[in-house]
Design a protein around this ligand. Structure first.
Ligand code: AKG
Ligand code: FE2
Length: 182
């Protein structure tokens, strides 16, 4: 919550609005085991995606590298730092910040000799909240770029789609001329 509050401060989002969304929010965890593969270039560990979350805190448990982040269209391997977490901005934070923050597109590769274990902790708004650009940010000069939907619908829609890169987030974008409240 502290991290989210500091982000609200940096983004000039009303602190109360951030608290209202994320306090008593949903948290989940995914542990992934990537076995070694003799031909790592032939397989994908975890295919390219952005997390649909607010924030993801990732621990690369056994120090084996494999995480890659897409930046300006190029895949960049993330260096392993002992005793450090990787913090990923998720789609919900991109929406909330009305695009000021961009959710991180990432993937995981496998290693030819070493197994790899990662633990991702996902921080999400509470089920009764709505996901949309922060109302404290929206003005005539900063119109909403994303739709507003209830968390329940957001989660249902997310799990009913095939995930490729950031395609789910594209679905949340307001097309030119489309009403902001849909
Ligand atoms: O294993 C990793 O480093 C990435 C895991 C991940 O992106 C996820 O669980 O969403
Ligand atoms: Fe992820």
């Amino acid at each position: 919550m502290k991290l989210l509050e500091l982000m609200a401060q940096a983004l000039k989002i009303d602190k109360g609005e951030m608290e209202e969304m994320f306090e008593d929010g949903m948290q989940s965890i995914r542990m992934t085991y990537y076995p070694p593969c003799p031909q790592p270039e032939q397989v994908v560990g975890l295919r390219p995606h952005s997390d649909a979350t607010g924030l993801t805190i990732l621990l690369q448990v056994n120090g084996v590298e494999g995480l890659q982040v897409k930046r300006n269209g190029v895949w960049i391997p993330v260096k392993f730092l002992p005793d450090a977490f990787v913090v990923n901005v998720g789609d919900i934070l991109e929406i909330l910040s009305n695009g000021t923050y961009s959710s991180a597109e990432h993937m995981a590769t496998v290693n030819s000799t070493k197994e790899r274990i990662s633990t991702a902790m996902f921080f999400n708004p509470k089920f009764s909240a709505a996901i949309g650009p922060a109302t404290s940010l929206i003005s005539a000069t900063n119109p909403p770029l994303y739709k507003r939907v209830g968390v329940e619908k957001y989660v249902k829609d997310y799990f009913s789609r095939k995930l490729t890169g950031k395609s789910f987030l594209d679905n949340m974008k307001i097309e030119n001329g489309e009403a902001a409240s849909t």
